[in-house]
Design a protein around this ligand. Structure first.
Ligand code: NAP
Length: 331
């Protein structure tokens, strides 16, 4: 039996393309005592993966040419010589872009059988936790405040807006499509949204949709959208820098207006974070997210691409905004 994997083939300049990854096949090794064989069921594709394809300063080492591409996976145990696992157990692990993986059990977490396995890679996994801590810990939203979310119809952004609604806020989303704006307002409860791809004057749109100014900004994208938000923040505003996806394919930092003085005049706080900073608090946070998700108080939309061989195109499509909600690949 052969394993299929995608390795990193060529460091991209700008948007990754078909030459960025290469599929390789290799025999699956015999299991030794203490090992188990896993087969991927769902693989997560995420914007942070673009960062791993770059060299230079980051919070994690880059992927090397020839290395199996990294990534979170839900996988089923095919065979086990490990005391802690039996065939058909389902685990969540960082196994990378491969169909099969041999593991000694390190870094595996058994999936919670009371939730769909796809949710464990999304709303009840890293996605939900990112929304939870990035919004609640950094921004501490209060009832009646106005919260603006960029990347609002994506995996993290759509959960951020729904948590902000649970906290009694007015929530305005910015997303790249009329269908996306429609989904977050009609299904996710956002109060208003606009499509940044067809809106020419972001500042005017924000002024209209946030008549009392902006108290909290949850930023997934950066760039011109964030440039339009900063001049409209209220005194005491809190800004969570979750991601800057509009910049991930740039070779050099983009020149924009220099707006940091807005933080001074508004006594505002802007903070970047990594979800892993909060690892010691994941347990209770997941319980709270589950308590919102299971009775339908927060909705989780999944955008599932069929076929292991479509991993690279699913990832590139995510960077181009094809997805609504959490994008996964079904192996
Ligand atoms: P996602 O939002 O589901 O997917 C990415 C979305 O980014 C696309 O659907 C696209 O939507 C948008 N996008 C792409 N290019 C853009 C551009 N030039 N300008 C504006 N929007 C653009 O992905 P996600 O997993 O939820 O991640 C969202 C953000 O959170 C990313 O920046 C990611 O790096 C960050 N993140 C951070 C942490 C952390 O620990 N800090 C953890 C997880 C994720 P549109 O159609 O709206 O353009």
């Amino acid at each position: 039996m052969n394993n299929r994997a995608f390795v990193f083939a060529e460091r991209p300049q700008g948007m990754p393309d078909a030459s960025t990854f290469r599929m390789v096949e290799s025999p699956i090794p015999e299991l030794k005592e203490g090992e188990l064989l896993l087969r991927a069921i769902y693989l997560s594709v995420d914007p942070y993966m673009r960062g791993r394809l770059k060299q230079g300063r980051s919070y994690a080492a880059p992927v090397e040419i020839g290395q199996v591409m990294v990534g979170g996976v839900a996988a089923r145990v095919v065979e086990s010589k490990h005391a802690g696992y039996v065939a058909d157990d389902v685990v969540i692990a960082y196994l990378g872009w491969q169909e099969y993986a041999v593991s000694d059990g390190k870094g595996l977490r058994k999936a919670d059988p009371s939730i769909p396995v796809t949710a464990a890679l999304g709303v009840l996994g890293i996605t939900g936790l990112t929304a939870y801590f990035g919004l609640l810990d950094i921004c501490d939203p209060k009832p009646g405040e106005t919260v603006v979310v960029s990347g609002a119809a994506g995996a993290v952004g759509s959960i951020v807006g729904q948590i902000a609604k649970l906290k009694g806020c007015r929530v305005v989303g910015i997303a790249g499509g009329d269908d996306k704006a429609e989904w977050i307002t009609s299904e996710c409860g956002f109060d208003a949204a606009f499509n940044y791809k067809t809106t020419t004057d972001y500042a005017a749109a924000l002024k209209e949709l946030c008549p009392k100014g902006i108290d909290v900004y949850f930023d997934n994208v950066g760039g011109p959208i964030t440039d339009a938000v900063l001049p409209q923040i209220n005194t005491g505003a809190r800004i969570s820098i979750c991601g800057q996806i509009s910049q991930y394919n740039n070779a050099k930092p983009e020149m924009g207006p220099r707006l940091l003085s807005m933080l001074v005049v508004a006594w505002a706080k802007m903070q970047g974070f990594l979800v892993s900073d909060y690892a010691s608090r994941f347990g209770p946070a997941l319980e709270e997210l589950k308590g919102w998700y299971l009775p339908g108080r927060i909705r989780n939309r999944e955008d599932i691409v069929e076929g292991f061989e479509n991993l690279p195109s699913a990832f590139i499509g995510l960077l181009k905004g094809e997805n609504i909600g959490k994008r996964l690949v079904k192996a």
